[in-house]
Design a protein around this ligand. Structure first.
Ligand SMILES: [Zn+2]
Length: 242
């Protein structure tokens, strides 16, 4: 009798552990889902027949990142969307203004670029508001928000929506850990792009030199595939989703 009860108890413990593990895994997956979130609107790509894509650059702004991107985009007459971090804007004053002056679009990528799970609402609100003020001071009035690492559950999207932001994810992301040679890095992106894609590239930090070197190859590749490259806002306008 006692043996049976112990066995039942053990089974219950094991079953509970499995359920908890599966729930944690489901929440983790949900927190990084690209095209779905529990609160507010999220966009990871748009539906269009047209050969048009949006190009987005995350993090920074750093002087070397801005130099490289402006040098690649400027002569090609391309404008893009930059999701900037508030504390980087403070550390490197004038860089966001350079992007605005060149006609690019800015987005809010929070103040300190932390994983935004399990924090207080006040923390999320401050992360968004401090960067919002810096973006406005740089001459950009944006409503585009991208969560650091793409991570969010309920609290962060709720504050983003309250602040009037729309969450923008991506469907094609650079893979610097897999491709360490610029041409291979570029080819990987070019092979995955399709009409309506939102492309994410990280060119800002010192160790991101492969992304910076690959950028002209990516832009020329998109051009020869017949793609027009636009900002996120323009892509949304073209697809009638704003
Ligand atoms: Zn980031």
């Amino acid at each position: 009798m006692k043996v049976a009860r112990n066995a039942r108890f053990r089974t219950t413990i094991i079953a509970s552990a499995i359920v908890l593990t599966l729930s944690a895994a489901a929440v983790w997956q949900l927190s990084k889902a690209r095209c779905f979130q529990l609160v507010g609107e999220v966009t990871c790509r748009v539906n269009t027949e047209g050969k048009v894509v949006a190009l987005t650059f995350d993090d920074g702004p750093t002087p070397e990142g801005v130099d490289a991107v402006l040098a690649a985009l400027g002569p090609r007459g391309i404008t893009a969307t930059f999701f900037l971090i508030g504390n980087r804007m403070e550390r490197f004053p004038g860089q966001a203004e350079r992007l605005v002056a060149a006609g690019h679009e800015l987005g809010n990528h929070t103040y300190s670029h932390q994983r935004n799970l399990g924090r207080s609402q006040a923390f999320y609100a401050a992360e968004i508001a401090r960067t919002d003020a810096l973006l406005k001071a740089a001459g950009s009035d944006t409503n585009l928000f991208r969560p650091p690492f793409g991570k969010r559950l309920i609290g962060l999207p709720l504050e983003a929506e309250r602040a009037g932001y729309r969450t923008i994810m991506w469907d094609v992301e650079d893979q610097p850990e897999r491709f360490t040679e610029p041409r291979a890095f570029a080819q990987d992106i070019l092979a995955r792009v399709r009409p309506g894609s939102i492309i994410l590239i990280h060119p800002m930090y010192q160790h991101n030199h492969v992304a910076r070197e690959a950028l002209p190859i990516i832009l020329d590749g998109l051009h020869s595939q017949g793609y027009e490259v636009v900002t996120v806002s323009e892509l949304l306008r073209r697809s009638g989703s704003r």
